[in-house]
Design a protein around this ligand. Structure first.
Ligand code: PGA
Length: 241
């Protein structure tokens, strides 16, 4: 694993976006898997700036979200799809039919998971997956205890995940009960992963995930076993490693 420690959030966002630009430059029709949350906002901002400066072209890029809430309307302002639209897709020249979405309204989580895995397989795999890390070590919505063999699947969201993500839903008790997420097996099959963390509050979990033994209790620790991971940290999130 390559670990890059940057001065601050803006620098880590720029450096991670630069690595994404290289991947897209080498493979213009690559498949990107995209995280949501606070941490990647800077990356999407940088990628949009690069696009405006004509440094990157998304006309053949395929993109899909890493996870989604489940059992709520697709157009709900809190969905990961809405986030990606608002922070990224609407500002770049990605083709609409090259965007693949997890359907938060699907009747069956199992069928939806299989459909997503089929899309990934047909395209030929995820080339680059952008990941954040939860305070409990989750990756996507893979909460502690998730099997390392999991494909895309539905999950019961934990209280800590609800507490960290309720802003777009108003209050914690309005948060959806369920999520659907690429599984840890899906994540491990990606050609490259970019993991990001920023701020002191992430320093403990970054230490556990990167420096302590791999365990299902800290889902992000599985990345120690991935062959191609770049981790971008700022000084504060890296202070214990
Ligand atoms: P954050 O979320 O980027 O908003 O901290 C990360 C995550 O929960 O995976």
């Amino acid at each position: 694993m390559n670990i890059y420690v940057k001065k601050d959030y803006n620098e880590l966002s720029r450096a991670a976006a630069e690595e994404i630009k290289q991947v897209v430059g080498k493979k213009p029709d690559c498949l990107l898997g995209l995280a949501t949350g606070n941490t990647p906002i800077g990356i999407y901002r940088e990628l949009v700036s690069m696009y405006r400066r004509k440094e990157i072209d998304f006309s053949r890029v395929r993109a899909m979200n890493l996870d989604e809430y489940f059992g709520i309307s697709l157009n709900h302002p809190g969905t990961c799809n809405t986030y990606l639209e608002d922070h990224f897709y609407r500002y770049i020249n990605i083709r609409r039919d090259n965007i693949f979405r997890l359907n938060s309204e699907a009747k069956s989580g199992e069928d939806e998971g299989s459909r997503y895995e089929e899309i990934i397989g047909k395209i030929g795999g995820i080339d680059l997956l952008i990941l954040g890390i939860g305070l409990n070590g989750h990756l996507g919505f893979n909460e502690p205890g998730t099997s390392f063999e999991s494909p895309t699947h539905t999950v019961n969201l934990t209280d800590i995940t609800k507490q960290c993500n309720y802003q777009l839903f108003g209050t914690v008790d309005k948060m959806p009960e369920y999520g659907i997420t690429m599984g840890l097996k899906t994540i491990m099959k990606a050609g490259k992963c970019i993991l990001m963390a920023s701020g002191e509050k992430k320093s403990k979990i970054i230490f556990k995930a990167l420096k302590e033994p791999v365990t299902t209790e800290i889902p992000a620790s599985i990345l120690q076993l991935h062959h191609n991971v770049s981790t971008y940290l700022d000084c504060e999130s890296s202070k214990l490693i």
